[in-house]
Structures are given as structure tokens and as C-alpha cells.
Design a protein around this ligand. Structure first.
Ligand SMILES: Cc1cc2nc3c(=O)[nH]c(=O)nc-3n(C[C@H](O)[C@H](O)[C@H](O)COP(=O)(O)OP(=O)(O)OC[C@H]3O[C@@H](n4cnc5c(N)ncnc54)[C@H](O)[C@@H]3O)c2cc1C
Length: 813
């Protein structure tokens, strides 16, 4: 370790746990030698040293699996590379299922695993017992076996990464505490430590559970909070050995593995204990919290049930370690939207050993390239805004998060804690009419409305859920009559200034230099031609745009646009999300209804599709936008937040005559899927191009824009993947997304979202179909497609365009 502190460097990394060591290792490996890693105490002494060392490869998404797979491969070769033993053992891992629902979940996981490149075998109880002879298996219905998973010694792995980084040129300084992040003109410029100042071009925060406080010191939102995580280790136990696989019994919230000739038993309980500290102590290094046998009583009883030998053994060790958790169980990664050149990698939700190898690599690539090199939205720090950084919210939410690792992964599961933080003005009114809410980016959004005596809570399952009939009624109301939607959570911005048009023309694929009052659907792309966002842009003045994007992307899209405004340009973006509500009035009778409460001419000639006007609706004055995300005639009404209730009441009272129906976001989802409308975050990501997504029509090739060169190149070659819409032949099953797509029995992709299409009379989904030799219309047309639902193949019709033709009100065959 270095004893003196360099005054200047290219990259300074704050925090010497496994995450910081991995970032330093990869930056230096990729050739950036001028790197300093600062640790306030000793390397790996924070959370890393006491981790259980489980390295699982399969995660919920493609990118997270890619990250963990890389970690496992890196750790397997690290000892050879650095000479520092890391204890990697490929012992495999075993998941036991106690219930049929859990088996369905495992089968769904196994079905996807082939596409994600991870081997998963579904096994019977006898194989579970064979792999882990100490287990009781009479109440187990089966399990999954992942032969390539393994375990490491976490502290040694972090030290090996640090050693590798040092060999490649990094300077590591222990006992050096960063006190403040320094910045100027919206950019990080270095750190102030207890041993002096370090100027740097880039600052990376890898401070584990301390990172939130480091962020607060410079006005940056890093929502994470420590939670106690417990495991015990037995005295030596007959039949236990170090090479036992990593075992998991998610129904009993347990994990277990061999630890020498003893057994380690850990818990992911449903409700866990946040560490109630005002400030995380600086000197908490190589320390643990007090054992809490009372809290561990239930996992221990469950453990004794699953591993009967534990009933008579003594326990040599109780580990109670604090680990940081985030509001959605995914870690926080990337450049902060508040300060340029300030990067974060923290909040690992108890999978930081398994994730840090890969996360360090992709963060290093991101720093060097100046942008994400692959889609990392699920861990992108820009998915949160200051509302998520409230300490009492965090304390409540993180208590739910730890247990999520093992709870049933229901497709539409909603968080139960930390709810009600962001509400539309209609919230209480809609609740009174049976709204069942879900939360997105903190916004409470009506998902569906309970009717006909159906209970207002979701009964989760992988098939049709209790709201199926309510959803059908809302879906049909929008298709056949008129429905009203509260879409207030949409992100909204105003871009103003002399160069507003130049900025948007450069960022948008479509031509947005349009007459005042015109709305344009367009994508914004990165240099690789992938979607950074898809949005509706309304020209509201010569030098002003009103911009509408998805609910989850508020901070991200704001960041993307502002970071691309050049210093020489005069253009200012204001986030007006919280100033306006959005009420959608959609359906064939939308014009008649709206026409009864406004003097505005709503005829096609006076108010054509993709135009916007300020109109009066009753006593509210709103921006009416003639767009639709459900594929029917309709208007989105953008109203000042304080006039929303008045607007809603006007529409509902006039709507009585038309039989207007409250409808929720589940209906929006099924309606848009039938119509083939894509959603950013599902069908559109930084890795998907408009050509692959079938959105080439929304690109104006005649003008320059960011990403155009890459797209023109792609245009010249056969497309290797294309987005396809699927409708199941069988009207019974449900689709949710993340189901493998098969063409002539071979997996060729997976669904990106799914729902039940009540107009097409079957489940409907979208997904990319891949083929190295090219995916043409003929390839789709000539293919026999099936969707894999929990291991069973269901025939599906494939469409490159909407399966539903609203003009003729019929289903295309
Ligand atoms: C009981 C338990 C079991 C676990 N088991 C597993 C497992 O089996 N598999 C798995 O993948 N994960 C597991 N985890 C999670 C894993 O341990 C963590 O996710 C991981 O160690 C986090 O690493 P980190 O580098 O982010 O944080 P840390 O290891 O805490 O490192 C952060 C470092 O930053 C330093 N620092 C903070 N602030 C400053 C500052 N201002 N100046 C300088 N330095 C600073 C700290 O001193 C600390 O050393 C477990 C966690 C617990 C608690």
C-alpha cells in the first residue's frame, strides 16, 4: 500500500471493498493506469470481509446475468493471474421447491436460462437429496440444479482484485477518509480527505453503505440503506464438507453451504431489520453487529427442519453484518445525473460479491467510453430521484427488500412498503371507485378498478389473476366506447431557448422542426443507434417544446437531453412533471364525450392526429394532445395539477351518458400490445435500434442526428433481430414477458412484455426474434412459432404489424 497521497490523478475511487477493488482492477486492465483507490480503514473491512461468498450466475435480467457470469469467470481465473488465492470452488447450486408455484417459477427460470447462457436443470427430490445428503426432502416437490455456480472467499477476492489493480499501476491508500466530494460547474473535480486534497478528472464512489452520506455531501441522490443480514456456522458436523453445493430453500427463506466440515446457514427473511443508526460509524471496519438469536429464531427453526442434523449441533459463529439495500433490490451504477464525472457503484442488496466482478468491468467501460457500452437500465442510478432518498422511506422499504431474493417472483408483484409517496390529485377519488394501485417511479398509478364484488387486492399467480374480468371490461371500454385513464406520472419537460430546435433536431431521429401545434413521435439514440428514449415532442412556440416521456425515465431523459446541450447553445430544459396531470380520454366515443364539454372544434380537419392545442374543458384550461397509446381515437389532456380534479369531474359527469369507464395501466398495457406500440424499458433499450424495433418509419433519414451513422450502417446489412408481436392460438394461458420464443422448436428470443388481449381473444406479447443469418419478413411468415410457458410450448401467431386493425375492427389472421 502507498503511504503518501498523490495530489492529482485521473480517477480517484472512494471505498476499498470488493466493488472499489473491481473498478480499479478493470480501469487499469483497460489501460487507465492513473488510478487511486482510497480506503478509510483497511481494504475489504466494510461489508465484504464477512460475506458468505455465494456466487450465483443466474439473475432476473439479461444484463444482470451477463454481469454475474463474468464475475464467476473472472474469479475462477484470478488466483492464477494475481497469485493471490481467492478460494474459488465451482460447487454448483441447488434450489429446492416446496410448492407447485415455486416449481412453476423454477421452470420459467430454467426455460429462460438457455437464452441467458446459464445451464439450469430441473430435478426431482431424489436429485436434491443426492446433491445434499443432509437435507430432508419428503416435503420437497423438486428443484433446480445450476452446475456452474460457485463460491469464493470474499475478502481474498477483493484483495486479489486490489493486487491486480496495483500491479497494473493503481495506487492504493488505506486509512484515508474522504470527507467531501469536490466539484465545480456541475462536474466532480476531486476529493478532500483527512490527509489532504486529491484533484481528479473522475471520482468513483464505491463506499458501500457509506455511499448515501457521501452523496448527500455534494447534493447527489444515492438511495441505499443498511440492513442486518444474518448467518450462522455450526460446529463440525458429520456429513458436512466444503464442496457441498450452495443450497437454497426459498420457501423457507434459507441458504446453506458447506464451510469446511461444518454447515453455514443464512436467511433472507421476509421482514428484516434496518440498522438504526443516525450516521454509519466511520471506523466500522472488520466489525460485526451483536448476534440477534431472537430475529434468527424462525430461520433457525426452518433450518433444523430442512437439515435435521442441525437439531443436535452447536453453533460456532453468528454473523450479523450490515449490508446496503436499495428501494428496488437492484444496485446503483453509473454517472450521477447531478454531477458529471461522478460515478457510483454501490447498494448491492447482498449480492455484491457475485456482482462486483462484472459490475466493475462495465462501470470501467462506461467511464472510459463516456456512455454505457451495454444496456444497464435496471441498475442505472438515474432510475431514482430525490423522493427515493428520504431516510424514513428507505428504512421502511429496505426491510421488505432483503426477503425479496427468495419470495415468489410474481410477474406483477408490487412493493408493500414505502407506498403513497407520489400521488396524482385524483388518487383519493379513484381509490373511492375501486382503483387498485401499483407504484412506478414512486407514483401511485391505478392498475385496475375492482368491480362486481371483486376484492381490491391482487391475488398473485402465473396464470389469470383475480382482476382478469375487471381488466377485460376496461380494455373493451377503450376499444368499443370510451375510457378515462389517469396517466399523471408521465415525465414532462419544457425545452426553451434560441437553440431548442437545433438541440432537438440533433437528438431526435424524427424531424421535430415542425409547425407550432404539431406533435411528433420520435426516438433519441446513442452513438450505437440504440434507444436512449422514445418520446412525444410538441412544438408549442418557435423556440419551445413540450416533451412527454415514460413515467420511469424522468431523471434519465432529463439527464440525456441536458448533457447533450452544447456549452455554446442557448437552450434550457425544465422538468414540469409535477406541475401537470395527464388524463387520457380514449375510445371511439372520445370525440363525442369531449365535444360535449368543450367549445373547441375536435373534428379531424380541425384537430388532426398528432396535433396539440390549448382548449377549455368545463372550467379547466388544458393542453389537449391528439395522440394515443391504446390505438383508439382519443386525447391526452395535460392539465395544471390544481385543475385536475375539476377536469376529471367535468368529464365523469358528462361521461355518464356515454357509460364512461375508469381504466388502469393494465388495460393500457394490453391495448398497446394489441396495437403493437412499443414501451421504452421493455421493447426499447439502449441496445435496440429503431430498425430492429420496427420503428424506422419514425426516423427522418434526410437530416443528421445522433446515432444516424450507426443506423445507416445497420440499414445496409440484413437485420439479425426484429421485434415481433405474438398472439397465442390457445385463448387460455397468460403471458407476462420473459417467456422464451421458439421457432421450429429452437429458442430464438424471449418476450419483452405480455398481457391478455381481450380484443384479439388471447394472450399477446412482443419480443425480439434473433437469427444470425438475418430476420426478414419471410423468416417470420414462414416460421412456426411457439411460446414457452413454464416449460410447455404454446403455438403462437407472429406479426410484424399490429394483429388488430382498429379501422375495420377485426383481428388479422
Ligand atoms: C452477512 C452477509 C452475507 C453476505 N453474503 C453474500 C454472498 O454470499 N454473496 C454475495 O454476492 N454477497 C453477499 N453479501 C453482500 C456483499 O458482502 C456486499 O454486497 C459487498 O461486500 C459490498 O461490497 P462494497 O465494496 O460495495 O462495500 P464494502 O465492502 O462495505 O466496501 C466499501 C468500503 O468503502 C469504504 N469507505 C466508505 N466511505 C469511505 C470514505 N468516506 N472514505 C474512504 N473509504 C470509505 C469502507 O470503509 C468500506 O471498506 C453478504 C452480505 C452480508 C452482510
Amino acid at each position: 500500500m502507498a503511504s503518501s497521497l498523490p495530489a492529482q490523478t485521473k480517477v480517484v475511487i472512494v471505498g476499498g471493498g470488493i466493488a472499489g477493488a473491481s473498478v480499479a482492477y478493470h480501469l487499469t486492465k483497460f489501460g487507465w493506469k492513473d488510478v487511486i483507490l482510497l480506503e478509510q480503514n483497511q481494504l475489504a473491512g466494510g461489508t465484504t470481509w464477512h460475506a458468505a461468498g455465494l456466487v450465483g450466475r443466474l439473475r432476473a435480467s439479461n444484463s444482470l446475468t451477463m454481469i454475474n457470469k463474468y464475475s464467476a469467470e473472472l474469479y475462477a481465473g484470478l488466483e492464477k493471474e494475481t497469485g493471490h488465492p481467492v478460494g474459488w470452488k465451482q460447487v454448483g447450486s441447488l434450489i429446492a421447491a416446496k410448492s407447485n408455484d415455486r416449481m412453476i417459477q423454477l421452470r420459467r427460470t430454467a426455460a429462460m436460462s438457455e437464452l441467458l447462457g446459464v445451464e439450469v436443470q430441473i430435478v426431482g427430490p431424489e436429485v436434491v437429496r443426492e446433491k445434499w445428503p443432509l437435507l430432508r426432502t419428503d416435503d420437497i416437490v423438486g428443484g433446480a440444479w445450476l452446475p456452474h455456480d460457485g463460491k469464493v472467499l470474499p475478502k481474498e477476492t477483493a484483495l486479489a482484485l486490489a493486487k491486480g489493480a496495483q500491479r497494473n499501476g493503481a495506487t492504493i491508500v488505506e486509512n484515508c477518509r474522504t470527507l467531501e466530494i469536490e466539484y465545480a460547474n456541475g462536474k466532480a473535480t476531486g476529493v478532500l480527505t483527512n490527509r489532504g486534497r486529491v484533484q481528479a478528472e473522475f471520482v468513483v464512489l464505491t463506499g458501500g453503505m457509506w455511499t448515501r452520506e457521501l452523496g448527500l455531501s455534494c447534493g447527489v441522490t444515492i438511495p441505499l440503506y443498511p440492513v442486518e443480514h444474518h448467518y450462522v456456522v455450526t460446529e463440525p458436523l458429520a456429513g458436512a464438507f466444503d464442496e457441498l453445493p450452495v443450497g437454497r430453500d426459498p420457501d423457507l427463506c434459507l441458504y446453506f453451504r458447506g464451510e469446511g466440515n461444518a454447515v453455514m446457514l443464512g436467511a433472507f427473511q421476509n421482514s428484516s431489520k434496518p440498522w438504526m443508526v443516525e450516521k454509519i460509524p466511520d471506523g466500522f471496519s472488520y466489525q460485526l453487529l451483536e448476534p440477534d438469536w431472537e430475529k434468527f429464531a424462525e430461520p433457525l427453526a426452518n433450518g433444523k427442519h430442512r437439515i435435521p442434523a442441525l437439531q443436535t449441533t452447536k453453533f460456532a459463529k453468528f454473523v450479523n453484518g450490515p449490508e446496503s439495500f436499495t428501494p428496488d433490490n437492484n444496485f446503483l451504477m453509473g454517472e450521477t445525473p447531478e454531477l458529471r464525472n461522478l460515478f457510483v457503484l454501490a447498494g448491492f442488496n447482498s449480492v455484491g460479491i457475485a456482482s462486483s466482478g462484472g459490475a466493475g468491468k462495465y462501470l470501467a467501460e462506461w467511464i472510459i467510453a463516456g456512455e454505457q457500452t451495454v444496456d444497464l437500465w435496471s441498475v442505472d442510478i438515474r432510475r431514482f430521484a430525490p423522493w427515493a432518498n428520504n431516510r424514513s422511506f428507505l428504512r421502511e422499504r429496505v426491510a421488505e427488500i432483503l426477503g425479496l431474493h427468495y419470495q415468489m417472483a410474481w410477474p406483477n408483484r408490487e412493493f408493500e412498503t414505502g407506498r403513497g409517496l407520489r400521488k396524482s390529485p385524483l388518487h383519493e377519488r379513484l381509490a373511492g371507485q375501486g382503483a387498485c394501485f401499483g407504484a412506478k417511479n414512486g407514483w401511485e398509478r391505478p392498475n385496475w378498478f375492482a368491480r362486481d364484488g371483486i376484492e381490491r387486492t391482487v391475488k398473485y399467480s402465473f396464470g389469470r389473476q383475480n382482476w382478469f374480468a375487471c381488466h377485460a371490461a376496461e380494455h373493451r371500454a377503450a376499444r368499443e366506447n370510451v375510457a378515462i385513464f389517469d396517466q399523471t406520472g408521465f415525465s414532462k419537460y419544457l425545452l426553451t431557448g434560441r437553440d431548442a430546435v437545433a438541440v432537438m433536431q440533433r437528438l431526435c431521429g424524427n424531424n421535430v422542426d415542425v409547425p407550432i401545434g404539431r406533435a411528433v413521435y420520435t426516438g433519441m439514440f446513442n452513438a450505437r443507434g440504440g434507444f436512449e428514449s422514445d418520446l412525444t415532442v410538441i412544438r408549442v412556440a418557435t423556440d419551445q417544446y413540450y416533451i412527454i416521456t415514460g413515467t420511469s425515465q424522468t431523471a434519465r431523459d432529463f439527464n440525456w437531453i441536458t448533457r447533450n446541450i452544447r456549452a455554446s447553445e442557448q437552450a434550457r430544459l425544465v422538468d414540469v412533471t409535477n406541475a401537470y396531470s395527464v388524463i387520457g380520454v380514449m375510445g371511439p366515443n372520445a370525440r363525442s364525450l369531449l365535444g360535449s364539454v368543450t367549445d373547441a372544434d375536435l373534428s379531424n380537419a380541425a384537430f388532426p392526429f398528432l396535433t396539440a392545442k390549448m382548449i377549455e374543458v368545463g372550467q379547466a384550461t388544458v393542453r389537449a394532445v391528439r395522440v394515443t397509446y391504446v390505438g383508439e381515437l382519443g386525447w391526452e389532456l395535460h392539465a395544471p395539477i390544481e385543475q385536475t380534479l375539476a377536469l376529471y369531474e367535468t368529464l365523469m359527469s358528462a361521461g355518464k351518458e356515454f357509460g364512461i369507464t375508469n381504466a388502469g395501466h393494465y388495460a393500457i398495457n394490453s391495448l398497446r400490445l394489441e396495437k403493437g406500440y412499443r414501451a421504452w424499458g421493455a421493447e426499447l433499450s439502449p441496445d435496440d435500434s429503431p430498425l430492429e424495433a420496427g420503428l424506422g418509419f419514425a426516423v427522418d433519414w434526410s437530416k443528421p442526428f445522433l446515432g444516424r451513422d450507426a443506423l445507416l450502417k445497420q440499414k445496409r446489412e440484413p437485420l439479425k433481430r426484429q421485434l415481433v408481436i405474438f398472439v397465442l392460438e390457445n385463448p387460455e394461458p397468460m403471458l407476462w414477458g420473459s417467456e422464451p420464443i421458439h421457432r421450429h422448436e429452437r429458442p430464438v428470443g424471449y418476450t419483452t412484455s405480455g398481457s391478455y388481449g381481450h380484443t384479439v381473444g388471447a394472450a399477446v406479447a412482443m419480443g425480439y426474434v434473433k437469427n444470425p443469418a438475418g430476420v426478414t419478413a419471410e423468416f417470420i411468415k414462414s416460421g412456426r412459432f411457439e411460446i414457452n410457458i413454464g416449460g410447455k410450448l404454446f403455438p403462437a401467431r407472429a406479426y410484424l404489424r399490429s394483429p388488430y386493425d382498429p379501422e375495420r375492427k377485426r383481428i388479422l389472421m
